[in-house]
Design a protein around this ligand. Sequence first.
Ligand code: G3H
Ligand code: 13P
Ligand code: ZN
Length: 315
Amino acid sequence: MIVTTKKLFEAAYGKYAIGAYNINNLEQTMGLFRGNLDSKSPFIIQISKGARSYTHKLMLEGLIFSAEKVFPEAVFAVHLDHGDEETCYDCINSGFYSSVMIDASHESFEKNVEITKRVVDAAHAKGLVVEAELGQLGGVEEHVKVDEANAKLTDPKQAKEFVKLTGVDSLACAIGTSHGAFKFSGSQGLHFDVLAQIQKEIPGTPLVMHGSSSVPQEEVERINAAGGELKGAKGVDADQFKRAAELGVTKINIDTDGRLVWTRVHREFFRDKPAEFDLRPIGKVFMTEYAKFIADKNVKLGSAGHLDEVRKLVS
Ligand code: G3H
Ligand code: 13P
Ligand code: ZN
């Protein structure tokens, strides 16, 4: 059942976080649905601009449309990840997405407000919900002075103003994470102090944490042992998800960790079976491993086991 992220957030706010997972192809889609059902978890499917153009935007819609039939027990939202204004309107008008993210975080505060407000008005008119971003992810390096580093984090007072001016449904905040496999050069981590201040300013507004892959060291070591070269990869400590959820983080975005599973499975498979050239045996291994990864992640997010209760709430 496709639902809006708003419905999922109402069920989860302050208690646990919903996993938002990016998909690009069939094998990821199958593994994603299986893993969420295995762990009895509601979830969010994210589609980035890059994913929409990897094959064709309609191919992903077709995969999700079929998955909904193959897995009728699943409860999930379909969300545009990091959209620009034009892509948001395309998704809003497609009739397929249940929410969009407008990412104008690179613009000035005023321009971000202006663009976000336009998208919010268009989305709300069609019953979709909107995520926007304030602050800038990444680049918070150890050598950067505290003031400079904090300047990139979301300003709690601005967050309050932003939500009031735009009417946005959820807010992606910069609290120390970054996208990709190389998040921290040293001992940096999440800025819980900033998160707590943001929640105080906008209590009840679901917060979103991008760049939340954990980059498990065991995964990185296996990739490197099978010929990879990922040196110094480091991610977010998964033990911190529940604390973040208690402070209002209701959606946690994970893409890189899934890519690492894909890389480990493929490198090890062809290292161990150099004579293999059939795409289905490796595809099956990947779907199984991806499902396991999703189920484990949902336990860490706290969403595992909540599927039946959420289904009752949204039906
Ligand atoms: O935040 C970005 C996501 O990881 C999606 O990545 O734009 O390469 O599909 P992508
Ligand atoms: P990761 O790169 O940490 O997986 O973050 C993904 C993300 O934020 C997608 O929007
Ligand atoms: Zn992101």
